[in-house]
Design a protein around this ligand. Sequence first.
Ligand code: ADE
Length: 227
Amino acid sequence: MKADVFTLFPQWFEWFRTQRHVENALRLGHAVDTVDFRASTPLKWGQVDDTPFGGGAGMVLRVDVMEAALRGRYGVDPVQLRSQRRVIALTPAGRLLDDALASELAREPALTLLCGRYEGFDERILEHFVSDQVSIGRYVLAGGELAAMVVLDTVLRKLPGVLGDDASAVEESFSEALGGAPEYPHYTRPAEWRGWAVPDVLLSGHHGRVDEWRREQSRKRGGRPLP
Ligand code: ADE
């Protein structure tokens, strides 16, 4: 997976790249690269945004600036680009990120993530350059960078070999393996603490019963929101 993040804050991703599973992904040949779209702006003084037509608060990222950055990176008209790779704008009103979307994105060979700032993107960027709009929740962040990291975090951990044990990413909360339900509870040593005992079935060594109990717990949790 080759992921490119278009951002005004490429240095934020230096920290992200040092996270254990991200490091693992990079070692396996995956990539998380950043493109600073201020560096390729055709405007003077590094300008990337402008005031909204019709008035109103805030600044809007310009379509010509985004086009220059995408053309500079890929050497093609960005209108064509979105049929070659997923081009994702991070926006609060986009498709909500969930496990199914993360799995879908993890099957892509390449992703482009566009991080907005200020009031967001000129609508023509979303209309003509972008294949997906993705939101990490119905609240507004100061920019798309944290959202891009959330998307990449959940996508990269699904790639084979990135987690210590690939099984960790298969049977986890909201996965297909658990029918979209939250994961079952986990326990470790000590088997009893302050009178709080681990369920007997987990100590039984009977894999079939353990499996059945876990699925049942997961189903029970599915019906109510997590605390
Ligand atoms: N940019 C600003 N807020 C966001 C959100 N909630 N999700 C994705 N991108 C965003």
